[in-house]
Structures are given as structure tokens and as C-alpha cells.
Write a protein that binds this ligand. Structure first.
Ligand SMILES: Nc1nc2c(ncn2[C@@H]2O[C@H](COP(=O)(O)OP(=O)(O)O)[C@@H](O)[C@H]2O)c(=O)[nH]1
Ligand SMILES: [Mg+2]
Length: 375
């Protein structure tokens, strides 16, 4: 699951850690030299020379300054008070310190991160946001010695959680206040609506809630039979009309049925045909107008890639309350999850990771992020 993004994150974390550690080492060396100037100016000069050996980009400038210092003769330096010594070396330290981690140093690594994210199906603006967040933290924050990797992992985690931490919704709480609690499953063809609906039905039954299915995908061939098969297997009622019937009326009947039998949940399947979005959306609007569902869940195939954001936008015209991503078991990338949540700002309720009823993971943003960045 999400192996591609995991690999990208881990390689970027390693590279950035290395860069930051180099910066740390340099800082340490500068501190040491500063301390030595008073007691052992000669060896301090030698150490400065060593430092600049590793920094070809500042070598010439520093050596020029060093020459000026040496021209004042080492004896004089030795004899002069501390302040004077430090001021003699001031320009040198400034030159060396200027070469702390700069935007230029980390730009290639962060571009690698951004490209990796985009390749991993993260939308461009989201990848850009993650990159900018990290750049800012790396350039602005003080990092404790030896805690570089932890720092980078935390910053990356903060940025991802900033996208994913959206107040969640618990349908079981909702059902405590309203009977029946009506859930609409919305999404493109093949996204996994019917399968996910059945899984949630089973998940609710396991917790002693009762459900009825509404077969409101009256469009797709075999859709009624598919839902009936699930209903039979887990032993719930299914309310259906014929193919071509008005889906709003099917759901209406299912709600009446639930009321008469005091059933907790109506789980309504819908058609995901996409040949004209307008037809589909008009049909959805009618379903919503007539039945006033309590929860509208968008089911998204996590493999959809960049198109996922477009899908989310199309369906959000009717107002989406929450999202479920399917097929994460076969998804190496996973970026659509970040992009769609960034777009909709709606909670992810579950991840679906297979075709069995129990393949349903309650979504936890922190766990998801920890898994992605290898905590
Ligand atoms: N591997 C995998 N397949 C899934 C998952 N969810 C659904 N599917 C499969 O995807 C296909 C389409 O699912 P379906 O529920 O009919 O989609 P719908 O058109 O949105 O109702 C079916 O073959 C499902 O078995 C999942 O989480 N993992
Ligand atoms: Mg279906």
C-alpha cells in the first residue's frame, strides 16, 4: 500500500537529514574555532583553513581575509585582547556562516520531493504546499543537535496532517439522534460504491445496528442483482424497483420501510454513470431534495490519479459530507487521498483495502501519515 510515495518520502528525508547534518557539523566547527581564538589563535587559523577546504565555494574569499589577518602577524594577534581578536576574524566567520543551509542547497532535494509527489498522484498545488511548508521549516527553525531526522519527519508529518486533519463524522452518533439515518453513496462507475456500501452494512450489523439497502442504482446492468446478493449474504432487506425506475422513489420507499420497522440505517446505492455529468447531477439533486439524506459519502477509487480532484469537484456541486477511498490494497501511489481532501476539506471515513467485507479500515490521519513517512 502506497509503496511509491513511501519510497519518495524516505529518500527525501534521508537526503535532507544529510544536508542538515552537514550544516550542524559546520556550526560545531565554527563554535570550536571561536572558542580557540583566545587561547590558541595559531591552531584556530589552521582549523579555519581545514573548514574552508571542505567549502570550495567560500575558500577564496576566506583565504583572502586570512591573509589580511596573518599580515598583522600572528604575534600581534596573540598579544591582542579577545575582542580585538574576534573582530579580526569577524569577516571570516561571517563568510563561513553565510554558507549555512540555504534555499539553494536544499532546492534540488525539495524539487525531487515535489516531482515525486506529483508522480504519486498528488495534485500540483498540494505538492507545492508540502514543499513550501518544508522549505520554510528547514530554513527558519533551530534544530537540536542529533535530532535532525526527527525534526524533518515531524515537519513533514505536520504538513501532511495539516491537509488531512479535518473534523470527522461518526455515522453511529448521527444514528443516535435520527432514525433512520440515511446515507447516500455517490461516485463514478466502478469506484466501489456497491461493495463499500455492503461492507459498511456489515460493519454496522456487527455493532448491533440494523440496516436496509436502497437499490437506487437503477441504471447499471446487474446493479440490482449485485446489491441483492450482498443483502442476502449479510441478511438485510433490500428495497428495489425495476431498472430505469426513479432512484429518488426507491430511496423514499426504503426510508418508509425503515420507519415502519424501526431500522437504524438506510444505505442507498446510486448510479455512477458519467456520460453526461449534468444528467447525473440533476438526478442526485432530485434524490437529495426528495429524501434529505443525513450523510452524502463520495466513494473514490484511490487509483484514479489526478482525475480524482476533478471528480470531487464535480460531485461537490451537490455537497459532499465525507469521503471513502477504495482499492488502497492495490494502490502504490496514494496521492489522490491527499489531493481530494485538500480540495474538499471533508473527512475520510474509511479506506477500503480489498473485496471482502472485513477489508475496511477506519481512517486515522495520524496513522496514515506515520505509515507514509515511515515513523
Ligand atoms: N482490490 C479492490 N477491489 C475493490 C475494492 N472495492 C471494490 N472493488 C472492486 O471494484 C469493482 C467495482 O466495485 P463496485 O462496488 O461494483 O463499484 P460501483 O460501480 O461504484 O458500485 C468490483 O470488482 C469490486 O470488487 C477494494 O477496496 N479493493
Ligand atoms: Mg454499483
Amino acid at each position: 500500500m502506497f509503496g511509491f510515495l513511501k519510497k519518495k518520502f524516505s529518500s527525501v528525508i534521508e537526503s535532507l537529514t544529510k544536508k542538515k547534518e552537514e550544516e550542524e557539523k559546520l556550526e560545531e566547527k565554527i563554535e570550536n574555532v571561536e572558542k580557540k581564538i583566545e587561547e590558541e589563535p595559531k591552531s584556530a587559523i589552521e582549523e579555519i583553513k581545514e573548514i574552508v577546504e571542505e567549502k570550495p565555494e567560500i575558500k577564496e574569499a576566506v583565504e583572502k581575509e586570512l591573509k589580511k589577518v596573518e599580515e598583522k602577524r600572528t604575534e600581534k594577534i596573540v598579544a591582542s585582547p579577545k575582542e580585538e581578536k574576534i573582530s579580526l576574524f569577524k569577516k571570516i566567520f561571517k563568510k563561513i556562516s553565510e554558507k549555512k543551509l540555504s534555499e539553494e542547497d536544499i532546492a534540488p532535494i525539495l524539487s525531487e520531493l515535489e516531482n515525486g509527489l506529483i508522480e504519486g498522484d498528488v495534485a500540483y498545488e498540494v505538492a507545492e504546499k508540502i514543499k513550501n511548508d518544508l522549505t520554510k521549516s528547514l530554513l527558519e527553525s533551530e534544530v537540536k543537535r542529533g535530532e535532525v531526522k526527527k525534526f524533518i519527519v515531524n515537519k513533514l508529518s505536520e504538513s501532511l496532517l495539516g491537509i488531512l486533519n479535518v473534523p470527522t463524522i461518526d455515522m453511529r452518533e448521527g444514528a443516535g439522534n435520527k432514525k433512520p439515518y440515511v446515507i447516500l453513496f455517490i461516485g463514478f462507475n466502478g469506484a466501489g460504491k456497491t461493495t463499500t456500501l455492503a461492507k459498511i452494512g456489515k460493519w454496522l450489523l456487527n455493532q448491533n445496528y440494523s440496516c436496509v439497502f436502497a437499490a437506487a442504482d437503477t441504471f447499471r446492468a446487474a446493479s440490482l442483482e449485485q446489491l441483492e446478493e450482498h443483502a442476502k449474504r449479510i441478511n438485510v432487506d433490500v428495497i428495489k424497483h425495476t431498472y430505469g425506475a426513479d432512484p429518488a422513489a426507491v430511496i423514499y420507499d426504503a426510508i418508509e420501510h425503515a420507519k415502519s420497522k424501526s431500522i437504524n440505517f438506510v444505505l442507498a446505492d446510486t448510479a455512477g454513470r458519467a456520460h453526461t455529468n449534468k444528467d447525473l447531477l440533476d438526478e442526485m439533486k432530485k434524490i437529495i431534495r426528495v429524501n434529505k439524506p443525513d450523510l452524502k459519502i463520495l466513494v473514490v477509487d484511490s487509483m484514479t490519479g489526478n482525475d480524482a480532484v476533478l471528480q470531487a469537484r464535480v460531485f461537490n456541486e451537490i455537497g459532499i459530507d465525507a469521503v471513502i477511498f477504495t482499492k488502497v490494497d492495490v494502490n502504490e501511489k496514494g496521492g489522490a487521498i491527499l489531493s481530494v481532501t485538500h480540495e474538499l476539506k471533508k473527512p475520510i471515513l474509511f479506506l477500503s483495502n480489498g473485496q471482502e467485507y472485513e477489508n475496511l479500515i477506519s481512517f486515522n490521519a495520524k496513522e496514515f501519515v506515520d505509515n507514509l513517512i515511515g515513523v
